[in-house]
Design a protein around this ligand. Structure first.
Ligand code: ADP
Length: 191
């Protein structure tokens, strides 16, 4: 299996690039945001807890997210590999992911951060909110909180992978195609 982590702040374009990578490399896309929104729709007790956190722009507890990822990994044993999108978002999650993969003699080959300036992030998320219908994409205060949470709790995850020699940084202020071609170059080097 070939596994990569797509990293970067909210609105950096991870979902867009993940969709293109799925087509090119035949990988399974695991977005914790999508998985959590599916849980929200079930309106279960877990779904309600998740909804209240997402709508404030806060992180969902590690324990919940890690369990959901574990289930998804177990349900995709025959996959060619995974693109992790929006996960890991804390160092604790990154360590758990490494443990889960190591048990199956697997690993993360590469972690790529998509870098976008803050003002552009806010503009992109507000634009997405017009069609996504996501409450957390339609309110400037919530968006700013998500960026703050990213800077405080999530950004250290890049250092975790840098120490393993697996981290690359890619500017994503240009076109979708340009970023995709840079991503492919990095992936093809380690694949
Ligand atoms: P974005 O990348 O635009 O923030 P996501 O769909 O990845 O959108 O995430 C939406 C929300 O879901 C986050 O703000 C957070 O509340 C929750 N979430 C997603 N992934 C995680 C995670 N790995 N750990 C904790 N919370 C998460």
């Amino acid at each position: 299996m070939f596994n990569i982590v797509l990293f970067g702040p909210p609105g950096a374009g991870k979902g867009t690039q993940a969709a293109k990578l799925v087509e090119t490399y035949n990988l399974v896309h695991l977005s914790t945001g999508d998985i959590l929104r599916a849980e929200m729709k079930k309106n279960s007790p877990l779904g309600q807890e998740v909804k209240s956190l997402i709508e404030k722009g806060e992180l969902v507890p590690d324990k919940i997210v890690i369990e959901l990822i574990r289930e998804n990994l177990n349900n995709n044993k025959t996959a060619a590999g995974f693109i992790f999108d929006g996960f890991p978002r804390t160092v604790e999650q990154a360590k758990s992911l490494d443990e889960m993969l190591q048990k199956e003699s697997l690993n993360i080959a590469l972690m790529t951060t998509l870098e976008v300036e803050e003002e552009e992030l806010i503009a992109r998320i507000l634009l997405r909110g017009q069609s996504s219908g996501r409450a957390d994409d339609s309110d400037q205060a919530i968006i700013k909180n998500r960026i703050k949470v990213y800077n405080e709790q999530t950004a250290p995850v890049a250092e975790y992978y840098r120490q393993q020699g697996k981290h690359v940084s890619i500017g994503n202020m240009g076109t979708i195609e340009n970023t995709f071609s840079q991503l492919k170059t990095h992936i093809d080097k380690v694949k």
